[in-house]
Each structure stands twice: as C-alpha cells, then as structure tokens.
Write a protein that binds this ligand. Structure first.
Ligand SMILES: [Zn+2]
Length: 464
C-alpha cells in the first residue's frame, strides 16, 4: 500500500470515532470514494469501517449506490505490493515470529477464551477446591486467565515471605489499614502458631491449584495438529535454510510440522543438534508443553513431542511432564510461561532462549511476524524488535495479521521511536495467515530462483 492522503486519514478517523451511522456519514463515504484520485490507495481499515455503516446504508440508500461503494472497497489491497518485490538469496536471513493467531486455526483457545475452557475441564475432574475457585471467579466476572495466574504466582511467593505479604498490604492500602493481630504475629518472631499452619496449607493449595491448572492448560494443546501456516513455513525452510523461527505459543504444532518432514530442531531446551547444519532453530520463548523443570533442583528436560502426544492420545500412561523429578523427588512442572502480566520475572530457565531470540531478531533481514498481536503484556519482545529495527536500517518487517489497525499503529509507534523512520519498512499482509502466508512465502522464493528456466537436465530430473 502506498501513502494515503491527509483527507483520507482524517475521514477514516472521523468515521471510526462516530458512534452511530448517519446519512451524512454515508454520503461522506460515497463522495470520498467517488472523487478519490485513482493513484491513491485505500487503507484496509475501510473494510472494517464499512461493516459498521453497511447495515444502515442498505436501509436508507439505493442499491446501485451501495453496490458502487462495495466494488470500490473490494479493490482494497490487503497485501502491500512491495511484498511481491522482495528478493532474497541464500544470505538473506529470515526470522519468523509466531503468536497465538498462528495456532488458533489448530483449535487452540486464545488467551481470552482459555479460562472458561479450563473451568470446563476442571469441572470434569470433580475437585471441590477448583470448583469453588471457579465459582468465586464466575461471581466476580473474572474471566482473564492472566489475572488468575498472576494472582496465584504472587500469592505463592507472598505466602512464603510474610514480610512481603505485610508490605503488599501496606502498599495496596497506603498504610491506612492496621495489620490484624494474626498478621503482626506472623511478621514478628514467626513462632509456631495457628497462623503458620494456615499458611502451609494455603501454600500447598496454591501449588496444587497451579499444578492442576497447568495440567489442564497442557491438555487443551497436546492434541492440536499443524495447520496451513505451519506447513507453509516448513515448505519455505526446505528451500531457504537461512531461517529461524521464534514462537510465543507453547503448543507443539510448529515442532510437529518440522519433525514430520524429518527436519531436526535446535535452540530447544535440550541443547541438541546445535552443530547440525541441517537443524532449524526453533526458539520457544514461552516454553513448550513437552518441556519440564523441577521446582526444587531446577533440573530441565525435554520430552519427545510426538511420543508424548501418542501417550496422551492412547491414554496409556500419565502425563510425564507433570510428575516427580527423578533426580531429587521434587515436583516437576511444565516449563511454560503462563499468561502472566509480568512474564519475565520468574523463569531463569529460559534466559538462554530469550537471548537467542533477541539475537535471531537482530540478525534478520526480514522479520515475518504472523498472528502476533504486540500486546502490552509482551513489552520485552516489542522492545527487542524496536531496538533491532533502529540498529539495522535495512531490516524490514512483514506483518501477517487480520487486524487492519495493527500496521498503522506500528508505523506510528516506530516513527515516534526511530528518527526519520521509513514507514515502508513495515509491510502488511492483512488477511488470515493460513490463506496469505503461503502466497507471500511462495512469491519470496520465486524471486529467489529466476534461473528456473535455465535449469540443467540433472536438476530437472531430481525434481521429477
Ligand atoms: Zn529435582
């Protein structure tokens, strides 16, 4: 997409702001679209705007006019033309960054639907404490798993550190609330008392609740299979080795798609295949459903994903990721960063992985960012990307996302952050990723081999 005029920009903003459709608004839309010079492109946001006005327009305006508007809107390019001009060669480093949108078509619930899915599964287990928690959350309309897990983590920490609990109290209530006798009792002396007994049980309750929630979280993901997005990336990698993949999801869809094609993985927690030139770097920043760590001795291990999936589906053995550590007998947990509001505080096991994610973002000539929402909770990733874009003038991003507002927002943000930022460094593919990504990747590879026609016979035979 090229530049849009100030007039178009202002009209879009105005139409977006209006709460109710009106005749005046429809007339403004029509007049603008009619008079717009041919060389000016239309912003993809028009499609969204039209959805808001369409119903009203159909009631009050003649069908030929509606048809005319819709024909013009259909011509909106959802993919920047510049993407088609990208040329890559074997030295071009490509880094993919996949977010929840890439896994959603595989049936994995997105964060906003995760908690209700977990409660649904929890009810089947029939554990009274979990039912009570679910009911408590329901009553208070708490539906965000991020809130729940964040509170559980803070409580888990605070329950072991009475001074912190008291300070939390002080900060939250600005010191205006007197500590109860019980709380004072815990802080001073920490004598064995009724209250410490309560503490211990609340710690184990939290531990167990977290463990169960993790188990349920994993169970929503273990049976998911790769979708066209994952397959398009595998096809691309088979032709372009200089590629890394960073994922913020913990499902195994991308891993599975690669492993099915017998492509070995490196960059995982096991540290395997580091020197294997055929291995593809798969960096799972938020951990993975087949990684585990021991809460006591910090032992980290990776289970074979395909094996694990089989065990789960055939219901043969209990899920080994959640179990007892065979080194120290401690509690083993899945190594995954749950949707917390402060993701990067408590997972020292993943530091090396985050470092390699940063490195692979900084090395990239093209960052292809698929279904990643750039949400507030992920400031760490957004910061590495902005730093990398400001350090490397020729680095470009291709944003594959159905949200038409994302690219305009990112262009604005990067322009504010980087002096003289060229907005064309952020390219847009606004469409479902399963549909558009294969086309984008194919076109990048096509430009890669202009010598197609002059292939030797030997090569032709190989391909056949
Ligand atoms: Zn251990």
């Amino acid at each position: 997409m090229g530049e849009i005029s100030k007039k178009q920009k202002m009209l879009l903003e105005e139409l977006d702001r209006r709460e109710y459709p009106s005749r005046v608004a429809i007339r403004l839309i029509y007049e603008f679209l009619e008079e717009k010079p041919d060389e000016e492109d239309l912003d993809p946001r028009w499609k969204d705007i039209w959805k808001k006005y369409e119903h009203y327009a159909r009631r009050f305006f003649p069908p030929p006019l509606i048809k005319e508007i819709e024909e013009i809107l259909q011509s909106i390019k959802s993919v920047d033309e510049d993407i088609g001009k990208i040329k890559i060669d074997e030295n071009t480093k490509i880094t993919f960054l996949l977010g929840a949108g890439a896994s959603a078509p595989s049936g994995i619930p997105t964060v906003d639907k995760l908690l209700s899915e977990l409660w649904k599964r929890a009810r089947k287990i029939g554990r009274e404490d979990l039912d009570r928690l679910a009911e408590w959350c329901d009553d208070r309309e708490i539906s965000n798993i991020e809130d729940l897990l964040t509170a559980a983590y803070i409580s888990n920490f605070a329950a072991r550190n009475p001074n912190i609990t008291a300070l939390l109290n002080y900060f939250i209530f600005s010191g205006s609330r007197e500590l109860s006798e019980e709380e004072e009792y815990i802080i001073r002396g920490r004598r064995v008392s009724r209250t410490t007994v309560i503490d211990v049980s609340s710690i184990s309750f939290l531990q167990e609740t977290l463990q169960t929630l993790f188990g349920l979280l994993t169970s929503t993901m273990i049976s998911a299979s790769p979708n066209p997005t994952h397959k398009a990336i595998v096809d691309f990698i088979e032709k372009h080795k200089n590629t890394s993949i960073i994922i913020t999801n913990y499902d195994g869809c991308m891993d599975e798609a690669l492993l099915e094609e017998k492509i070995p993985l490196k960059g995982t927690i096991s540290g395997e295949n580091e020197d294997n030139p055929n291995a593809v770097q798969l960096i799972k920043m938020h951990g993975s459903i087949n990684w585990a760590y021991c809460d006591s001795c910090q032992d980290v291990r990776e289970f074979d994903l395909l094996e694990l999936k089989k065990i789960y589906e055939e219901d043969k053995l209990s899920y080994p990721v959640i179990g007892i550590c065979n080194k120290c007998g401690g509690l083993r947990r899945p190594l995954l960063v749950p949707p917390l509001s402060f993701k990067f505080l408590m997972f020292p096991n993943l530091i090396d992985i985050w470092n390699s994610a940063r490195q692979s973002i900084e090395e990239a000539d093209y960052l292809i960012i698929v279904g990643y929402p750039f949400s507030e909770a992920d400031t760490y990733i957004t910061k590495i990307i902005s730093r990398s874009m400001s350090m490397k003038d020729n680095q470009k991003m291709i944003i594959v996302n159905t949200n038409p507002h994302l690219v305009p927002l990112l262009r604005k943000r990067f322009s504010a952050y980087i002096d003289g930022f060229d907005e064309k460094r952020i390219l847009q593919g606004c469409e479902r990723c399963g549909k558009i990504l294969p086309k984008i990747l194919d076109s990048m590879l096509d430009k890669n081999s202009p010598k197609k026609k002059t292939k030797t016979d030997g090569e032709k035979n190989k391909e056949e």
